[in-house]
Design a protein around this ligand. Sequence first.
Ligand SMILES: C[S@@+](CC[C@H](N)C(=O)[O-])C[C@H]1O[C@@H](n2cnc3c(N)ncnc32)[C@H](O)[C@@H]1O
Length: 264
Amino acid sequence: MSTRRKPPSGLGPRTADRHELYQTAVQRPTVMIGFIEELFEMVRGREPMVLREDFCGTAFLSATWVRSLPGRRAVGVDNDQDVLAWAERMNRQSLGGEAEQLRLVCDDVMAVDAPADVGVSLNFSHWVYHERKQLLAYLKHAHACIEPGGLFVCDAFGGPASMQPCLDERPFGGFKYQWEQVSYDPITGNIRCAIHFKFRNGGVMKNAFEYDWRMWTLPEIAELLTEAGFGEIGVYFESEDGFIADIEEVEYEAWVAYVVALRD
Ligand SMILES: C[S@@+](CC[C@H](N)C(=O)[O-])C[C@H]1O[C@@H](n2cnc3c(N)ncnc32)[C@H](O)[C@@H]1O
């Protein structure tokens, strides 16, 4: 009789792809594109055509953007060659005839000048900058890359519950997504977070993604956007009913917000 153990059945830490799990659990690109379209229509009265996705990771948003309307183009920028290879294989090539409309650039976001109607930095990517002068330099660069009449969207989270260690869990088909706030330093604003995935078979993919960020507040981000040259700034909070601007309805303990800045 063989003593070799059978491989675990179904999804598990060895068989699952962390980028696929991330896309399923974290990203809702069609919702984000609907939000951008609504904003653009409201302030500019037309459809945005070119997206610049800074810190694009798997470029799921960029690929969905290209698919969302004929003629749309996107540029995704990330400095991690591995994640961009995944983006190329899983998201750009699957665009088929429209693949040429998505350009993936492996470089520092500050080194890429590609112009766009809409620039985004999502899932708190710009929190990689710990110093004020670094974030300001990035926002100035984002401003320079967005065409006049365009807009920039970046996100932030906050509330008292986000300033302490915690573990949130959400179930998906075949796995659970865990968001861990590992530590928060009130002196520097440094926050360390991690994403883990738990599987039905008991396995865990621990620290599938790890983040070492500075937690920036909404007034700090708004001030820096203004200093970087942007015009009017709006803040919209995530809610079960979509994106809301009414502070009375925001879940005070823990919120996620999108800061929208107009490029005059
Ligand atoms: C938090 S992930 C966000 C991925 C994606 N934007 C999303 O919404 O899920 C941040 C990404 O930024 C990339 N990154 C970090 N610093 C960068 C830099 N200076 N220039 C370009 N990419 C960078 C990382 O490789 C990582 O893929």
